[in-house]
Design a protein around this ligand. Structure first.
Ligand code: IPM
Ligand code: MG
Length: 372
């Protein structure tokens, strides 16, 4: 198959980890006879430095001409002055808006060999397999913002949180469909005891699930108690659907279960196009990690697994996606570890300390064996 993939490496460790994911995608193309074209484009701080705009027009054009976007990370101390009016993160949000990527999938399934790396009792991690569906283009992230002066030394800042019925319906459907391919349970997380948006969220999710997914069990949870149960009984959840800001916070919390945020991927997409393809953004859930950027020590697995999601969700290459996931699983089982997982490595097995590129090479190696 022919596909065009936009590569937005971004800032910090973004270029290092996306290089390894591209290497993996090139290997998939080579072994399966696909024709992938990679188009590099600027985003975030790197784009601000070059053009003054975190998502310049040239990048928008590249993205619009591509089947999928592979993204590294954006942000860093250089651009994070609180008074700055142009910020790297705006590029990421604009990209999500541009593609209408309202559904953000964040799967959390701790690898058995990494259970010892999580600060959670191992028996609680058995069988953990949570699929987060975070709403990505609404809520406070995209609401009206204002900053007003109300007398000397008094400023008033406002971030509006808005959700409409249709915005909630479409993300609830994504959750329902995913639940059908899994254990048929959806937990919807909100703050309906306080927020009007959450009450609309709860009513709408209840109706969509009742009318369209009667075979799926729905439960509601308040975000504060969910945050606690996620660590006390993580294996009790299947699909978790929630609004933008809650999803941002809860998925970082969930990363603790996987041993390192460096191993978690994400996929963001909107509706299918007329040709059946679904353009999406694929990125690790970790940030740009400026403290370790340029050292070759970042974990590329989150980005490599994001590339697997790209193959599955945007290119419909399900076998290839499974091969990449298997290669990553095998490499972890074989003891390959980047610095984020050194100290916590399972002492019962030999450990191979790997740089970012060595980890990428180990995955590519294993992938070639699986695919040959
Ligand atoms: C994420 C990140 C982004 C978000 C930032 C970088 C804007 O934290 O993808 O989770 O808050 O959505
Ligand atoms: Mg986040």
């Amino acid at each position: 198959m022919k596909a065009t993939i936009a590569v937005l490496a971004g800032d910090g460790v973004g270029p290092e980890v996306s290089t390894e994911a591209v290497r993996v995608l090139r290997t998939v193309a080579e072994c399966h006879g696909h024709d992938f074209t990679f188009l590099d484009a600027l985003v975030g701080g790197a784009a601000i430095d070059a053009t003054g705009d975190p998502l310049p027009a040239s990048t928008r054009r590249t993205v619009e001409a591509s089947d999928a976007v592979l993204l590294g990370a954006v942000g860093g101390p250089k651009w994070s002055d609180p008074s700055a009016t142009v910020r790297p993160e705006q590029g990421l949000l604009a990209l999500r808006g541009l593609l209408g990527a309202f559904a953000n999938l964040r799967p959390v399934q701790p690898h058995p060999a990494l259970v010892g790396a999580a600060p959670i009792r191992p028996e609680l991690l058995t069988g953990v397999d949570v699929q987060f569906v975070r709403e990505l283009t609404g809520g406070m992230y995209f609401g009206r913002k204002s900053l007003e002066t109300d007398g000397p030394g008094q400023e008033v800042a406002t971030d509006h949180c808005t959700y409409s019925t249709s915005e909630i319906e479409r993300v609830a459907r994504v959750a329902g469909q995913l639940a059908r391919e899994r254990r048929r349970r959806v937990t919807s997380v909100d703050k309906a005891n306080v927020l009007e948006t959450s009450r609309l969220w709860r009513r709408t999710v209840t109706r969509v699930m009742r009318d369209e997914f009667p075979d799926v069990t729905l439960e509601h949870a308040l975000v504060d108690s969910f945050a606690m149960t996620l660590l006390r009984a993580p294996a009790s959840f299947d699909v978790v659907v929630t609004e933008n800001l809650f999803g941002d916070i809860l998925t970082d919390e969930a990363a603790v279960l996987a041993g390192s945020i460096g191993v978690l991927p994400s996929a963001s997409f909107g509706e299918r196009r007329a040709d059946g393809r679904r353009q999406g953004i694929y990125e690790p859930i970790h940030g740009s990690a400026p403290d370790i950027a340029g050292q070759g020590s970042a974990n590329p697995i989150g980005t490599i697994l994001s590339a697997a999601l790209l193959l599955r969700h945007s290119l419909n290459l399900t076998d290839e996606a499974a091969h990449v996931e298997r290669a990553v699983g095998d490499v972890i089982a074989d003891g390959w570890r980047t610095a984020d997982l050194w100290s916590a490595a399972d002492q019962s097995a030999p450990v191979h300390r790997a740089s970012t590129t060595a980890m990428g090479a180990a995955v590519v190696d294993r992938l070639r064996r699986i695919m040959s």
